[in-house]
Design a protein around this ligand. Structure first.
Ligand code: SAM
Length: 376
């Protein structure tokens, strides 16, 4: 697989995260190449330029533009970690680069903003509303994405919150959108986070913009909640890929002596889970981790893990992340500890679970989902 990004700014070695043997996908896309080429040809940037990058996937933009003063803002811990690793791999200094999470907006204005259009339009909306405080009428704003991943509503949001747009020609199936800053921008409050009441409880659930199923309970999660283990002797319980943390919340309710650990690689997910747990159980302690699954968990330290795995990484469909989570779970579980997994029927998680744990029990099934249980 090609690992050298060749752009007018230079040639850079690039890796994706999480690492996979025989990686078949590049750590950048044609939209990254297009925007970098445009910035070079238009001579828009110099060493003094203050540049804000939103949603850089693995750091391609930050690395190629590292000669300017950069803030790169993302909701993904893996994206930020990939940026750090790729920067180091190319012997580039991180002095000029500030990595901010998606809830931590810089209090400054920028000369140039590059927006990679995210998959979740709510995240784009939230970002555009915050962005208004970081731009002036002189800020150059370029949104970039692959044509097929650029919904009409992305254009509408750019026009609604920033100003008139002008498209570039498509190139290698990528497009740039040049956004003119409309000077009459007033302050607007973001509608995010949004809230709902968790069914059959009085828990008020807070959901930041990029959280899975932020407007209502997901049907898979609902099925999982109906079949969660209750009153087990588990002391340390993990909600793996916690999103807003409703699974961990209900496990905490039925295990009042246990410690619940909430893990997600999205800053907005962990912030939501933290808000939800503290509101539901103000007197109780829990642990919150922004991380690549259980990568940092010590061996044999956990009694129960419950997981509704992600089945795509941005546009990358596959069981890869789920499989990594199962392997991490095997490592982190004590002997006799259990992993509970929910998945769409067609994902066939039981094959991997059986290979790793030697068996796999079906806890419950409906037309769409199966819940599996394995024990170490
Ligand atoms: C299908 S959602 C489940 C959310 C929540 N548990 C629920 O059932 O409503 C999967 C979650 O896994 C998270 N995730 C994806 N990759 C991850 C990784 N490498 N490490 C930790 N969490 C990850 C996503 O951010 C997302 O919140």
């Amino acid at each position: 697989m090609e690992t050298l990004l060749n752009v007018p700014q230079g040639t850079f070695a690039m890796q994706r995260l999480p690492y996979r043997n025989n990686e078949k996908l590049r750590a950048w896309d044609a939209a990254d190449e297009y925007v970098l080429q445009h910035l070079f040809e238009s001579e828009a940037l110099n060493a003094e330029s203050r540049v804000l990058i939103l949603n850089d996937k693995f750091g391609a933009l930050a690395i190629a533009l590292s000669q300017s003063k950069l803030v790169s803002l993302s909701d993904s811990w893996l994206s930020q970690q990939a940026t750090r690793l790729n920067l180091a791999a190319n012997d580039l200094s991180s002095n000029q680069l500030q990595l901010n999470n998606a809830l931590d907006w810089p209090a400054q204005t920028f000369d140039c903003v590059v927006i990679k259009i995210p998959k979740t339009l709510a995240l784009l909306e939230d970002q555009l509303i915050h962005l208004r405080a970081c731009i002036t009428e002189n800020t150059k704003i370029i949104a970039a994405g692959m044509v097929k991943a650029m919904p009409a509503n992305a254009w509408k949001l750019l026009e609604k919150y920033i100003g008139p747009t002008k498209p570039s020609l498509a190139k290698k199936k990528a497009r740039l959108i040049f956004v003119e800053v409309a000077v009459q921008l007033q302050d607007i409050k973001s509608p995010y986070p949004v809230h709902y009441e968790l069914e059959n409880t009085s828990y008020r659930i807070t959901n930041h913009a990029n959280v899975f199923s932020r407007d209502s309970l997901d049907i898979g999660t609902r099925f999982l909640l109906e079949h969660l283990p209750v009153n087990t002797p588990a002391r340390n319980i993990v909600d793996l890929g916690c999103g807003n943390g409703v699974v961990g919340l209900m496990l905490a309710e039925s295990h009042d002596l246990s410690r619940v650990h909430f893990v997600d690689e999205s800053y907005m997910a962990v912030a939501s889970a933290k808000a939800n747990f503290s509101l539901a159980f103000p007197e109780r302690l829990a642990e919150f981790y922004i991380a690549d699954g259980l990568a940092d968990f010590k061996a044999e330290t956990v009694d129960l893990i419950v997981c509704n795995p992600p089945f795509h990484q941005q546009a990358t469909i596959g069981n890869q992340i789920a499989l990594t989570m199962f392997k991490q779970s095997f490592h982190a579980l004590q002997k006799g500890g259990q992993l509970w997994v929910i998945g769409n029927r067609h994902l066939g998680y039981h094959v991997d679970l059986k290979r790793l744990f030697g068996h796999c029990n079906e806890v419950a099934a409906n037309k769409k989902f199966i819940i599996w249980r394995v024990e170490k």
